[in-house]
Design a protein around this ligand. Structure first.
Ligand SMILES: [Fe+2]
Length: 251
């Protein structure tokens, strides 16, 4: 009897711990949660729809709550659902996302568009944080200065890549196979990891320049959204991505 009672108490405590761990964070907690660095999509074939790493209003006033709600909850979710449907029953179900991108030209357009949309948005969310992100520091800062002469020049070129992308797409900062930084832009939901990318590389920072990323607040003024974007870049996360990518290059 005593043993049974102990088992019940332990089970209850275990349940409490599990429940606590899974309790959603409050808005305030999420708003200040800039330490998350669990971008696991690249190493798992268990495709899941990610929660935002912060609350919907965390990027205000630069990216508004309604835009984030629709962008994440509707657009991103639709890419995810369509991607899962497109790979169902195919060899891609057991591949990880990098393998799929590596062989993208062999797969249907639905996988390219929706797999790209699924990955790119997850990467975009995790590259942002509550305003006040400042400037890159350490090795990343040195590499940016080495490649672009100054942070301002880098910012100008990256912004230009976003401004001049005709129609819908993305602006990227990536690392090439020689460990060199480069800026590019991709149309639609393509990205630099795809075998059909104009210039292949490992993404470090991305900016969504589809109208759905800014239209509610900025209407047709894409340059205003781009200027605002710099206030919410998570340079800490970008620096981690840079060090990770660099260690792969030197292997
Ligand atoms: Fe988007």
């Amino acid at each position: 009897m005593k043993f049974a009672l102990t088992v019940i108490v332990l089970a209850f405590l275990g349940l409490q711990c599990t429940t606590t761990a899974r309790t959603p964070q409050t808005n305030e907690n999420q708003k200040n949660n800039n330490t998350k660095n669990q971008f696991t999509m690249e190493t798992t074939n268990k495709f899941e729809f990610p929660a935002l790493p912060y609350s919907y209003d965390a990027l205000e006033p630069y990216i508004d709550k309604l835009t984030l709600e629709i962008h994440h909850g509707k657009h991103h979710k639709a890419y995810y659902d369509n991607f899962v449907a497109a790979i169902k029953g195919t060899e891609m179900e057991s591949m990880d996302i990098l393998d799929i991108f590596n062989k993208m030209s062999k797969f249907p357009m639905a996988v390219r568009n929706n797999g790209g949309g699924y990955y790119n948005h997850t990467f975009y969310w995790e590259g942002m944080r509550a305003p006040g992100s400042g400037l890159p520091t350490g090795k990343l800062s040195d590499a940016i200065k080495k490649e672009f002469n100054s942070f301002d020049e880098f910012k100008k070129q990256f912004s230009e890549a976003g401004k001049t992308r005709f129609g819908s797409g993305w602006a990227w900062l990536s690392l090439d196979e020689k460990g060199k930084l480069f800026i590019s832009s991709t149309p639609n939901q393509d990205n630099p990891l795809m075998d059909l990318a104009e210039k292949k590389g490992t993404p470090l920072l991305v900016m969504d320049v589809w109208e759905h990323a800014y239209y509610l607040k900025y209407q047709n003024k894409r340059p205003d959204y781009i200027e605002a974007f710099w206030n919410v870049v998570n340079w800490e996360e970008v620096a981690k991505r840079y060090e990770r990518a660099l260690s792969q290059v030197s292997k």
